[in-house]
Every structure is written in C-alpha cells, then in structure tokens.
Design a protein around this ligand. Structure first.
Ligand code: 5RP
Length: 226
C-alpha cells in the first residue's frame, strides 16, 4: 500500500534525477544539505569518477559524498563552482528561498555565492506565494543570541531559539515565526546588519537560477530568466 511519505520520497527521487541531468563532465559541484539533497547524492553514483570534486555544505553531506568516492574540496582551493545543487524549505515564484531547516544555512549561502549556477530542488509542497510560513532561520554567535532576538522582535516576528542545535560552525539558530515576507531582499539586508548575526536563511539577493519541482507525475522547471 502506498503512503504519503512514499509518494513524497518518489517526488524527491524524481527531482534528484532531473538535477543529475544538469551535471557536466569534470565540474566542481557544490552540494547542499537535507533529505532532497540526500536523494540527489544517492543518484550520483555513476558520476563519482566524472566530477573533479565537490564542495559540501555540511558534515552530513560530506560523509555521504565521501562514501561514493567523490573528492571533497575546500572552497578556498577552487576558483569558484560551476553548479550548486540544494533543496529549500520554501520557495516563491521568483526563486527566492527560505533555507536552513537543516541548520546548514551559512555554508549554503557561501556556496551559493561562489556558484555560477544554483539549481534548487524541491517537491511541490515547498512552493508558496509569500515566504514566511516556514520559520526563518538565523545563525547567530552564541553570546549574541538574546541581543539578536530582541532586534528580530522589532521586525514583527517571534524569534525562538532552536535549543540543543549547534551548527557545523559552532553557532546557535534562532527561527523567526509569524513572518509574512513581502520584500525578501530588504528583509535579508536588514537582518544581515544586526550585530551578532552570522547569516540569515533568506536567499533573496542571490536566489536560485533554476527551480526543479517534483510533482506527482513530472518535474516542473521554473527558470529565473522565464
Ligand atoms: C538545510 C536546508 C535544506 O535545503 C532544507 O531544509 C530542505 O531540506 P529537505 O530537502 O529535507 O526538505 O536548507 O539547511
């Protein structure tokens, strides 16, 4: 008997296969984090010896990539990345994203900034008209957590500490609940300016270039140039 989690996994596998079709021989690939990316890494086997290497956004993805024999590179040892593949917690039709549900947002932002092309892979449940139903993650320096939380409250949301979670960079996460983000670029800039913030999981100034959306029977493509 098929369950809804089976069908969600099938959507992830379908969109992962579509992302594999974006790879080119000898490229350095940026790889994100999460269950959709895990489906993508699971489909990467035949490409293991055809990639120059990967820059990974998390320890979890690094472990899976290494198990396939894909060399893990330090971003500093590259001249940038041809392609970055990652998931998202929410996306709007302008390919602006909320990311960081897996607490890897800072490294993901760095990799997105370094990548010539960012392909975001999601299932259709992630597509929204206005970002903000998913609580917006903000990575903060631990000693500044309450200071930042007070500033975030002034923006109209309710920041909550993701207690018990320490990022791969040794920091804390505040999730801002109750936002209705009508100007994602402005909000991203505003949160970036708060002292103690390392990164905000709003990918608006640098959105995805291509969105691949896994549906029940196909993969829908939305390109930034559409
Ligand atoms: C991790 C992320 C992920 O891309 C996001 O949480 C989506 O994950 P999933 O594919 O498991 O739904 O931003 O920090």
């Amino acid at each position: 008997m098929s369950t809804s989690s089976d069908s969600q996994q099938l959507r992830k596998q379908r969109v992962a296969a579509a992302a594999v079709a974006e790879l080119t021989e000898g490229m350095i690939l940026g790889v994100g984090t999460g269950s959709t990316v895990n489906a993508f890494i699971d489909a990467l086997g035949p490409w293991a010896s055809r990639l120059a290497g990967a820059v990974s956004s998390s320890e979890a993805s690094t472990t899976k990539l290494r198990a396939l024999g894909i060399p893990i590179l330090d971003l500093n040892d590259t001249d940038g990345l041809g392609l970055y593949i990652d998931g998202a917690d929410e996306t709007n039709g302008d390919l602006q994203l909320i990311k960081g549900g897996g607490a890897a947002l800072t490294r993901e932002k760095i990799i997105a900034a370094a990548a010539a092309r960012f392909v975001c892979i999601v299932d259709e449940s992630k597509l929204v008209s206005t970002l903000g139903s998913f609580p917006l993650p903000v990575e903060v320096i631990p000693m500044a957590r309450n200071l930042v939380a007070r500033q975030l409250q002034l923006l109209g949301g309710q920041p909550r500490w993701r207690e018990g979670v320490i990022t791969d960079n040794g920091n804390h996460i505040l999730d801002i609940h109750g936002l209705h983000i009508t100007d994602p670029v402005a909000l991203e800039q505003r949160i970036n300016q708060i002292t103690g913030v390392v990164a905000v999981g709003l990918f608006a100034a640098r959105p995805a270039d291509l969105l691949l959306i896994g549906t029940a029977d196909s993969v829908r493509r939305i390109s930034r140039s559409d």
